[in-house]
Design a protein. Structure first.
Length: 507
């Protein structure tokens, strides 16, 4: 059973127009799915950033609220009307080792809102204080990880990749203690839901089949309503989750994103990218790239992400086995087929995206070899992943632009050899060169959250209280596919002394 400790609720916002209208469905589930409690107030909340565009999308009305009033709400000091704060229970495999109870150790779900499209969205405070799941932690978040998640999650959204979003960042006015004293902060995170593979594992590990069944019904109704009418609804649920994960991981791979901690408790059934602790984007292409300081063996390296996603999905399938089919042998057969399908679905999504990145609109058998040859040449010549594909956009329209792309390769001849085969493929594909280049620029970003740029922005905020680099970087990343001449330096790879080799989870 999940702990159900309660804490006195903070005061509610007293306004004629509420800041949000909550419609809380997860809080209607059985009490052992979560713990009811309120955020722990902070002494001096100050609003760092409020995402007005997302607020409008959610129907969150902040008009008439002063900055300090918004800070009080998004720090957890003041509860919006209708909010029902809870900490969710879940378990998970962390680096392959099962932990039977994790849960929201420093996050509190305020509730859900129906956005302007009628879609249900979670509103969660991250860093809102201790919960019954904190496991001796302080339940707080340091400023750096909060700003990192704000930057990277919003960048992922701008890149067109399913992700949680950042609604607000607030400093708390009190320190947190990690390897040193750091300023504290709270992030307001928005998601289609925060239900994870680990949520199912929590109940399955306890033999609570009734809870697994109840949770699966809830997920079907919330995320996959078409599965309700299938012959085997839980099998349809599994198949739908497999499809979303296959597409999500392919999109990560297309932009060189490395999650860094792909535990089952960080695998959202909604198909969104969730938790941005030690994540990073590749500079020079190397499939073995791993940044996370806690991933000593490279389990979650870039090239391993598809196989890890499939492994995580297998753990999800295990929780559903008793519910798929009355015949145990048939259940295992059907679930195994669903998990095996991940490989082909991922490969199809990945290959389609890579064709698009190279300006290829038709399908030919040799395309996979062409893509692999480019990646191999990039690896052997330390070519920057993002810049190579971006510069190919110009090269696709004009051979004279080859110089910029080939200059990224330690041995430019390696590019020349590949480019000759690529151009032959483009001729066979047909199409107008300028139109092809335009289409390529729509899928090959000029700007990603370069690790060194992110760290520079965080250092300025943490060490000097200067949030202007953070704000500027956020502006640049909001238009990743546009050439922004005024911010061209943000597209550059790091200099030798700027390279980031390790990232940290920030818990």
């Amino acid at each position: 059973m999940a702990p159900t400790d309660s804490i006195e609720k903070p005061p509610t916002v007293e306004r004629t127009a509420p800041i949000a209208v909550f419609s809380n469905s997860y809080a209607r589930l059985p009490e052992h799915f979560f713990a009811r409690l309120a955020p722990t107030p902070v002494p001096k909340p100050r609003l760092i950033r409020f995402n007005e565009a997302l607020a409008s999308e959610l129907g969150v009305d902040a008009r008439g609220f002063e900055s300090d009033e918004l800070a009080a709400v998004f720090a957890g000091n003041v509860a919006p009307p209708g909010a029902e704060p809870i900490a969710m229970a879940y378990a998970g495999h962390q680096f392959g080792n099962f932990v039977p109870q994790l849960g929201d150790g420093r996050a509190i779900l305020l509730g859900e809102v129906l956005d302007r499209n009628g879609e249900r969205r979670d509103v969660q405070l991250k860093g809102a204080g201790r919960t019954p799941f904190s496991r001796r932690g302080d339940g707080r978040a340091a400023l750096g990880p909060v700003l990192r998640e704000y930057l990277v999650s919003e960048a992922m959204h701008a890149l067109g990749i399913p992700t949680t979003r950042a609604l607000a960042a607030v400093s708390t006015g009190e320190p947190v203690y990690r390897d040193r004293e750091l300023p504290g902060a709270v992030l307001t995170r928005v998601a289609s839901s925060h239900i994870r593979v680990g949520t199912f594992q929590y109940f399955a590990a306890r033999g609570d089949l009734e809870a697994v069944e109840r949770l699966s019904d809830y997920v079907i109704d919330r995320h996959f309503p078409d599965a309700r009418d299938a012959e085997r609804p839980r099998l349809a649920l599994l198949q739908a989750v497999v499809e979303r994960q296959a597409l999500l991981i392919a999109r990560w791979m297309h932009v060189g994103f490395i999650h860094g901690v792909m535990n089952t408790d960080n695998t959202a059934l909604s198909g969104e990218t969730i938790d941005f602790g030690p994540c990073a984007f590749m500079d020079s292409y190397d499939p073995a790239t791993a940044f996370s300081a806690i991933d000593e063996l490279g389990r979650y390296a870039y090239a391993n992400q598809p196989s890890i996603a499939q492994w995580n999905l297998a753990r999800f399938a295990e929780t559903l086995l008793p519910l798929v089919d009355p015949d145990p042998e048939r259940t295992v057969e059907l679930a195994s087929e669903a998990i095996s399908a991940f490989s082909s679905r991922y490969q199809e999504h990945w290959l389609a995206g890579m064709r698009g990145k190279l300006g290829i609109s038709s399908n030919e058998d040799g395309d996979l070899d062409l893509i692999r040859e480019l990646l191999q040449a990039m690896h052997e010549n330390a070519a920057d992943f993002t810049l190579t594909f971006r510069r190919l956009c110009a090269a696709a329209a004009d051979e004279m632009a080859d110089a910029e792309a080939r200059g990224l390769f330690a041995n430019p001849g390696a590019y020349d050899s590949w480019a000759a085969r690529w151009r032959s493929r483009l001729v066979a594909d047909g199409g107008e060169p300028k139109a092809r280049a335009k289409a390529m620029r729509a899928v090959n970003p000029a700007f990603i959250p370069r690790n060194h740029c992110v760290e520079q922005a965080l250092d300025a905020a943490i060490d000097y209280g200067d949030f202007s680099p953070f704000a500027e970087l956020l502006t640049v990343l909001s238009r990743p596919y546009e050439d922004q001449a005024a911010f061209a330096e943000y597209a550059n790879p790091p200099q030798t002394g700027e390279r980031i080799f390790r990232t940290f989870c920030g818990t």
